[in-house]
Design a protein around this ligand. Structure first.
Ligand code: NDP
Length: 361
């Protein structure tokens, strides 16, 4: 097989490996937030994302250490890999959407947004959405490590500490998602979206390749010589964002699963209710209605900054994408919540008037 072909099929191989590991390795079995429309019971999930990631990165490290492939092989073949992942994402989108019953929105909308809500395979062993997120996150991590390795190979005598920091922060980001996989069963994609091109292609192609765009744009550049104090500051921006996003997600997760419990043992939930349903209105959910989105944007900004090329447009594409994605998602979620909660949502909006940025927007 030629090298180009191998590069093209590399993401297929990684995804098949992840699927096999996900199906075979031990997993936590948990109930989710989404209910099975037929039985009315919560859907059940097998979660083992962190273990799958560790084994896959271990396999990648073994391949590199044995000299079977160069450490930066995924970098060298990134364009072929991108093409392979994009083709697979497209094929799978068709394969998942076309056999399912139409939603009545027309074929283009069905293809993009999907028809099936929460398909599971192998008797519930593999959940479609959770697998896609795991697959995308795993290949993203391999790409980040391989792109960073390319930088060290290209500049062995003076590598940029910002690249090492970027790889470490991105590893944190991926591990954080997989450690808290269960919390993500309570997020918008799981309960509000269907499985179409947006999610399938989005996870297999966009997530795995575009998220690493900062390093894609700068791995071939020399050490920019960013002062260590600035690197610390930029990492601080990332962790401030992480605290906002993780804190808000956890506060809501505990509220949904154990409504009486004080968050972190110190913050009892304050709520508004209509006798039937309740909304949190203190802590993270009292400063803005989606302060978690601000957190994600700050994390992305921190990642762009640590690379040390503030005048290069490439690294900024990542935070810019978050601004576009999350500001539109906030509007969609606002409409969904207004329809679901009615007057209670309007009351919440009066109490917490800012959408994303406390005191500003
Ligand atoms: P949220 O976690 O903000 O969830 C919104 C839902 O939470 C609403 O639909 C509503 O659902 C419920 N809710 C809203 N306000 C309240 C309240 N005051 N009290 C109780 N429940 C409330 O958004 P997402 O699901 O979009 O995002 C989840 C996480 O994933 C976020 O941190 C986000 O930033 C992150 N994310 C990360 C991305 C990435 O690429 N890294 C991309 C997109 C998101 P209901 O009441 O029906 O349960």
């Amino acid at each position: 097989m030629s090298d180009t072909l191998a590069g093209f099929f590399a993401p297929w191989l990684v995804y098949a490996f992840v699927l096999a590991l996900h199906g075979l390795l031990p997993a936590r079995r948990v109930e989710g937030y989404v209910r099975d429309p037929e039985t009315g019971r919560p859907l059940r999930y097998r979660l083992n994302g962190l273990l799958v990631l560790v084994v896959t990165v271990g396999a990648w490290a073994l391949v590199g250490a044995q000299g079977w492939l160069p450490w930066d092989w995924l970098w060298t073949h990134r364009w072929e890999g991108l093409a392979g992942a994009a083709s697979l994402g497209l094929l799978l989108s068709f394969a998942i959407v076309l056999p399912a019953p139409s939603t009545g929105r027309g074929l283009p909308a069905d293809l993009f947004l999907g028809r099936l809500e929460n398909p599971q395979a192998l008797g519930g062993r593999v959940d479609g959405k959770m697998f896609l997120y795991l697959a995308g996150a795993t290949l993203l991590e391999l790409n980040v490590l391989s792109f960073a390795a390319h930088h060290w190979i290209a500049f062995p005598h003076d590598p940029s500490p910002g690249v090492a920091l970027y790889a470490a922060l991105f590893t944190w980001f991926v591990c954080d998602y997989l450690i808290f996989e269960r919390v993500h069963l309570y997020t918008y994609d799981l309960f509000a979206e269907r499985l179409g091109f947006k999610l399938v292609w989005g996870c297999l192609t966009f997530y795995a390749y575009f998220y690493a765009v900062g390093l894609w744009a700068t791995a071939d550049l020399p050490n920019p010589g960013t002062p260590p104090a600035l690197l610390v500051l930029y990492a601080g921006v990332f962790f401030a964002g992480w605290a906002l996003a993780r804190g808000a997600n956890m506060q809501k997760f505990f509220f949904k699963t154990e409504p009486e419990r004080a968050f972190l043992g110190v913050l009892p939930p304050q709520t508004i209710g209509d006798g039937e349903r309740c909304l949190l209105c203190n802590g993270f959910w009292g400063v803005a209605r989606h302060v978690n989105y601000l957190g994600e944007i700050l994390m992305a900004g921190g990642l762009a900054l640590v690379l040390g090329w503030p005048l290069e447009p490439g690294p900024w594409l990542y935070p810019l994408y978050y601004v576009v994605l999350l500001s539109t998602r906030e509007r969609d979620d606002d409409r969904r919540c207004a329809a679901k909660y009615g007057e209670l949502w309007r009351e919440y909006c009066r109490r917490v008037p800012k959408r994303i940025v406390p005191g500003v927007y």
